[in-house]
Design a protein around this ligand. Structure first.
Ligand code: CTP
Length: 402
């Protein structure tokens, strides 16, 4: 594995005594490690020990001018490819959950775009308390990764869940979060979500899409080390760690954002559900019903939106372009025709008539269709798993092409 830049955020629990061992284990597999500590953590492990083991200055104080002068907290947050919070106390998890930034560690955690892995450690009752459980659940929903805690004898004398995972388990979890590094050096442009085409200042027509599939592709590409730009349509999802996001709500805004980012991109994944039509006239005020009095209804004239995928494929060059297809019947036959019509290198076809795949749900089942008409069926899996399968296939086809 390539060496990666890991920021180890140490907080104030007795398990901090294991952190020197964790530093050695991370360095042992070749990573560069820097440490940041809370004031409480210094009761359990000395900054001097961590400085000696990492060979890097240990940061402890947000407001220390000389520390900030050397590497300020924003640069530290940007430097990290992964932040590990170990031990993660109940108090730290609560502060993370609420987005607090009242010391160096929480400020860095709020500022970083890197993935975050927490290794909780606390008394069994503190861990099982509904407040801690709710905080951990919310953090995980936001994409924070977790390793442990484990069951065993706790420093406080209780037995049960609450022990910090052993350093080897934390290193293994970090390796999983960091991903295989196979897309390092690549610039991946992903679109996701539906577009909304305004009728007036309050109404719009839109396509159904949660954005989950495209966001999963963006997250997986970032996990594999790519520089990822995600052009997001209408979605309520939060940005995956390590991903740069541009919001573009209408098809035309999405087209402009995509074209502005296309030049640098080496791989494009077009998962967005772009509305094919928009109202010919978009009123900048609310259309009042009284203005329609005497009329039996309201006629909306639609005009065709640009086909972004076709436009990308016309300028494809050496890029690898993946399109998606939402099909309600004859899925494979329709996808075979669509890949030829659009001119992309791979088409991911969704059967939108299924209730367990496609729109809104967390799972998907797809067909991967190549320009020659070859088809690979991917069975029902979680969207992150489908994203991994798509990128595995992209990597394989690019290797074959080279
Ligand atoms: N797409 C696009 N711009 C559009 C419409 C679609 O870039 N105006 C892209 C989608 O992001 C997707 C692919 O084209 O990658 C196929 O989208 P889909 O909705 O399945 O097909 P359409 O081109 O809209 O064709 P049809 O509605 O006839 O199936």
């Amino acid at each position: 594995m390539e060496p990666r830049r890991i920021l180890l955020a140490v907080t104030g629990g007795i398990a901090a005594y294991k952190i020197p061992e964790l530093v050695r284990a991370l360095r042992g597999v070749g990573h560069v490690v820097r440490c940041a500590m809370t004031a409480e953590a210094r009761h359990f492990v000395s900054p001097m020990v961590l400085q000696t083991l990492t060979g890097e200055t240990v940061r402890t104080d947000l407001f220390d001018a000389s520390e900030e002068g050397e590497i300020d907290h924003i640069r530290l947050a940007d430097w990290a490819e992964l932040v590990i919070v170990a031990p993660a106390t109940a108090h730290t998890l609560a502060r993370m959950c609420h987005g607090m930034a009242d010391d160096l560690v929480t400020a860095v955690l709020l500022a970083t775009r890197a993935p975050v892995l927490v290794a909780p450690a606390m008394n069994v009752n503190m861990w099982s308390h509904p407040a801690t459980q709710a905080n951990v659940e919310r953090l995980c929903e936001r994409g924070v990764h977790r390793v442990g805690p484990e069951t065993g004898e706790l420093a406080c004398g209780w037995e049960g869940l609450g022990r910090m995972s052993e350093p080897e388990a934390i290193v293994a979890a970090a390796t999983l979060v960091l991903g295989p590094d196979t897309l390092r050096g690549e610039k991946v442009l992903v679109t996701a979500g539906g577009t909304a085409e305004p009728i007036d200042s309050v109404r719009s027509i839109t396509n159904r899409s949660s954005g989950k599939m495209g966001f999963a592709v963006a997250a997986e590409a970032a996990r594999r080390g790519a520089d990822v730009c995600l052009v997001a349509g209408v979605t309520s999802l939060s940005t995956p760690s390590g991903v740069r996001r541009i919001d573009a709500h209408s098809a035309r805004q999405m087209r402009d954002a995509v074209m502005a980012e296309l030049e640098d991109s080496t791989i494009v994944v077009k998962a967005a559900a772009v509305a094919d039509f928009r109202p010919a006239v978009q009123e900048d005020h609310k259309i009042k019903k009284e203005s329609l009095e005497g009329q039996a209804g309201f006629n909306l004239r639609l005009v065709t939106n640009p086909d972004i995928l076709t436009e990308i494929c016309e300028r494809k060059g050496d890029r690898f372009v993946v399109g998606f297809a939402a099909e309600s019947h004859d899925v494979v036959a329709a996808a075979r025709r669509k890949i030829v019509r659009k001119g992309c290198d791979l088409l991911v076809a969704n059967d939108i008539s299924r209730s367990d795949a496609g729109f809104d749900v967390d799972t998907n089942a797809v067909f991967l269709v190549s320009p020659s008409g070859e088809v690979e069926e991917i069975p029902l899996l979680s969207k992150p798993e489908i994203a991994a399968q798509i990128l595995d296939r992209v990597e394989k086809l690019r290797r074959e092409r080279q």
